[in-house]
Design a protein around this ligand. Structure first.
Ligand SMILES: [Zn+2]
Length: 144
C-alpha cells in the first residue's frame, strides 16, 4: 500500500474507528444541550433580528404558521401576493394566511392556503364552518 491510497482505504467504514457515520441530529442535540452554546445561539439570534428585521419577517411570513394547537415552522406557503393585495377583495392590507386543510399541515410542506386581509379571513373562517352562511345572510337581509 502506498501513501496515496492509504487515506482512501482507511476512510469511512474501512477505518477501525468507524462508529457508523456522522449523526447530524445527535450532534445538533448535543450541541444545543450545552448552556454555553444555547447562550451563544441566543446572542446570535438577537443580533440577526437587529440587523435584518425585514428578512426575518419575510421568512416567518413564508415559512411559519401558528394555529390554535401548534406553531408550524419550515413549511412552504403559496407565494405572498404582490403589493400586499388580499386575494379575495383585492385591497392592499396586512395579509394573513388562511388555510383549511390540516391534514396537509401534518405532512409538513406544501399547504393549500389563501393570502387574505383580516376581514376576508374572518369571513372565510365563517364560511368554512358553515357553507350556507352566505345564503342565510342574503336571505335574512332580504326578509327585513
Ligand atoms: Zn380582503
Amino acid at each position: 500500500m502506498n501513501r496515496n491510497n492509504k487515506g482512501q482505504f482507511m476512510a469511512g467504514e474501512n477505518h477501525p474507528n468507524w462508529k457508523g457515520g456522522f449523526d447530524a441530529k445527535k450532534y445538533r442535540d448535543e450541541y444545543y444541550s450545552k448552556p454555553e452554546n444555547k447562550e451563544r445561539q441566543k446572542i446570535a439570534g438577537k443580533k440577526r433580528r437587529k440587523e435584518k428585521p425585514k428578512e426575518i419577517t419575510k421568512y416567518r411570513r413564508e415559512h411559519t404558521l401558528a394555529t390554535r394547537e401548534k406553531m408550524y415552522t419550515s413549511i412552504t406557503k403559496r407565494s405572498y401576493p404582490k403589493k400586499n393585495k388580499c386575494e379575495l377583495c383585492g385591497k392592499e392590507k396586512r395579509l394573513i394566511y388562511h388555510h383549511w386543510d390540516d391534514s396537509q399541515l401534518k405532512k409538513g410542506n406544501f399547504i393549500k392556503g389563501l393570502w387574505l386581509c383580516n376581514r376576508c379571513h374572518q369571513l372565510s373562517e365563517g364560511l368554512d364552518e358553515n357553507k350556507n352562511l352566505g345564503k342565510m345572510y342574503l336571505k335574512l337581509k332580504s326578509s327585513i
